[in-house]
Design a protein around this ligand. Sequence first.
Ligand SMILES: Nc1nc2c(c(=O)[nH]1)N[C@H]1C(S)=C(S)[C@@H](COP(=O)(O)OP(=O)(O)OC[C@H]3O[C@@H](n4cnc5c(=O)[nH]c(N)nc54)[C@H](O)[C@@H]3O)O[C@H]1N2
Ligand SMILES: Nc1nc2c(c(=O)[nH]1)N[C@H]1C(S)=C(S)[C@@H](COP(=O)(O)OP(=O)(O)OC[C@H]3O[C@@H](n4cnc5c(=O)[nH]c(N)nc54)[C@H](O)[C@@H]3O)O[C@H]1N2
Ligand code: SF4
Ligand SMILES: [Mo]
Length: 738
Amino acid sequence: MTSTKTLCPYCGVGCGLEVVSDESGSSKRNDLTVRGDRAHPSSQGMVCVKGGTIGEALDKNRLLYPLMRESLDEPFRQVSWDEALDAIANRIRHVVAQQGPEAVCMYGSGQLQTEDYYLAQKLLKGCLGTNNFDANSRLCMSSAVAAYIQSFGSDGPPPCYDDLEQTECAFLIGTNTADCHPIVFNRLRKYHRKKKGKVKLIVVDPRRTETAKAADLHLAIRPGTDITLMNGIAHILLHKRWIDAAFIDEATKGFQDYVEVIQQYPPEHVAEVCGISVQDLEAAAQCWGLSKSVLSLWSMGLNQFAEGTAKARTLINLHLMTGQLGKPGAGPFSLTGQPNAMGGREAGGLAHILPGYRLVKNAEHRQAVEQAWGLPEGSISPTPGLAAWDMMVGLEQGAVGLLWIAATNPAVSMPDIERTKAALRRSPFTVYQETYYPTETAEYAHVLLPAAQWGEKTGIMTNSERTVTYCQAFRPAPGEARADWEIFAEVGRRLGFEQQFSFQSSADVYAEFVQLTAGRVCDMTGLSHDRLAAEGPIQWPCPEHETEATAATKHDKRLYADHYFPTPNGRANFAAFHEKGLTEPPDPEFPFVLTNGRLYGHWHTQSRTGRIERIQKMHPEPLLEMHPIDAQHLQVQSGDWVELRSRRGTARLKVHVTQYIRKGVLFIPMHWGSLWADSAECNALTHSTVCPISLQPELKASAVAVVPIPHGEYRLEQDYLSVERETYAHSKSNLLSI
Ligand SMILES: Nc1nc2c(c(=O)[nH]1)N[C@H]1C(S)=C(S)[C@@H](COP(=O)(O)OP(=O)(O)OC[C@H]3O[C@@H](n4cnc5c(=O)[nH]c(N)nc54)[C@H](O)[C@@H]3O)O[C@H]1N2
Ligand SMILES: Nc1nc2c(c(=O)[nH]1)N[C@H]1C(S)=C(S)[C@@H](COP(=O)(O)OP(=O)(O)OC[C@H]3O[C@@H](n4cnc5c(=O)[nH]c(N)nc54)[C@H](O)[C@@H]3O)O[C@H]1N2
Ligand code: SF4
Ligand SMILES: [Mo]
């Protein structure tokens, strides 16, 4: 038996895993045991159900060979890698010649490894000269990225997980940490229990989630009223003088403008807007004001709004005002969603950034990257590329000639899914690089490229607390599947960039990438595959020639411990925002606010978790959460079917009546795309309005109406398909006939 240390490929907690497989690197899942790696500093041996069952999904329904077709109504035919790669390279050349490089787009994902991400940037932004690389992080972390950059001068979450066990007050806002970042939550909850009464846990969420149930104080605010709430907390802090005047004076800018805004948020007004009591508001403010340390955690309940950046910056304001940052147990902590969304940000994996936390718009930054890539000055375009939703709009307008999708399933996860699907259908040429078949997006592909996944390729991932882990391959990729970075390199070479893509291994790719972090906030020049393999996970910053001993004296585990920020004047910026409210407030026609999110066991669009029996049993079907008063008004009970209608589409779900949600608010899970349920698509209902700063869509709130379906009139035809999935055996003949 061999044992391999690696990282869980699901959420951004980034738990260390130890995989025990038989000597031959068997591909049979029964020969594979996955357990927590006790030596991993982030997770200390813990895993949740997703990490623990990952082995079960590795061999089911894999895409094994490159497939192609001329148009979407034809069946796929199996082709060789050479044929597929030549076709892609030729098509890129053709599109660039006809429409210019801006007509080429790549849409990637926080599930790519850093090496994959990095080579995609080199290919698109460097060699082709278009910044049209965006990732599903646009739907996820981009508001947090924008907020960090605007408030601190750089991306990068300042705290670390040790802060979970050092804080006096944890303020969790817009995050269902218990279900979505379970091991972070475990660490926090254990400590909270141990320090009973001495450590406060506050949760802000319109639903009484598992996270909220563990809290000392749950503020079940109306959806979208977070800015009002936080400005209200700031108002109390100011009036009680619970502020850190020395920190504000020494290390920040813009406090006066902020004061003018928060003056307008007296407690009674705030409590009324948010739908909470003045006492609860004051209790929250008191925790902020009187605790020695305050750690905030946030996620999609802030980011996924048209005011996402303003929300995250308003949270950061509270830390600046109270000096709660850069010290143990304190700081604004954006929990990253995906396993390597952080690595993606480091490698420049969004349409407005470049490797090493650089910006497309900054001429010096472009020049540094061009030089490193051996490309002439001016090769990188000064214009940010198309963000995720803009790529859909580009398809609608005929501006996109080639769309290359890797490691994401946009036909489920994009907002306004019917519009998304119609846009994808218009794409003249779509390449889709995936590990599984079928997924909903495969229907829109001209070329399907089989990707090696977790355990089948060696590379690097960074978790939420900036800890970098070496993920070693321990089994061969099935069929002809290849690592994503190798595919990008192959196409690069075919386009004439032999020198830029002459890598022999992913270690070579990583070695080149870390050079681009030299002297940056995310300096990783001291890291390499060899070092990480030998020493285990290491947190950045980690400059070259640094040893553990010198690191301890040189910098803290937290960013900004010295109160110096990478802005032009070295100060952090306050932001003064009033709340604008929901893009689509409820009205008589669509009287409910529909929110949505995740369940503990499932991962996004179910490509993996839908194929794991234990998880399917845990969450057999999607349910609509509804408050008892709303249910009574609509005359429905748990188990009844209803149709949800928004201005864009409909979905049909079974009702689950629960006290654990605000009246007037509904919740459905995001996990059931068209493959997994008959008409329960969450994004059939959502809208595509984006935050003007981060370009992140407002996925978390749409106005809907509920129409009860009389008993017996609706039968679920496919009953969640668990058995049907298995019939898509991954034999070649089956694949080709679909
Ligand atoms: N089990 C599981 N874990 C996951 C994932 C998964 O698919 N499954 N995905 C990972 C990824 S990529 C991500 S991004 C994270 C997401 O992690 P989270 O953001 O924690 O998850 P969500 O369920 O999307 O939303 C969080 C909460 O926001 C609340 N919310 C809605 N509207 C508002 C509002 O106006 N204000 C406030 N304060 N709260 C609001 C919702 O009620 C919900 O409980 O999870 C990661 N972890
Ligand atoms: N309504 C609503 N919509 C949402 C959200 C929400 O909260 N509500 N959340 C948004 C957020 S935060 C996110 S992150 C997105 C997630 O949405 P998606 O990214 O669409 O979801 P996944 O199911 O994770 O898709 C990842 C795909 O990558 C494949 N894959 C895994 N590993 C590899 C690999 O190594 N290489 C390749 N090539 N493929 C691989 C998997 O098989 C899977 O099909 O959804 C967004 N959409
Ligand atoms: S908490 Fe996240 S990283 Fe850890 S095992 Fe669960 S899914 Fe994997
Ligand atoms: Mo995400």
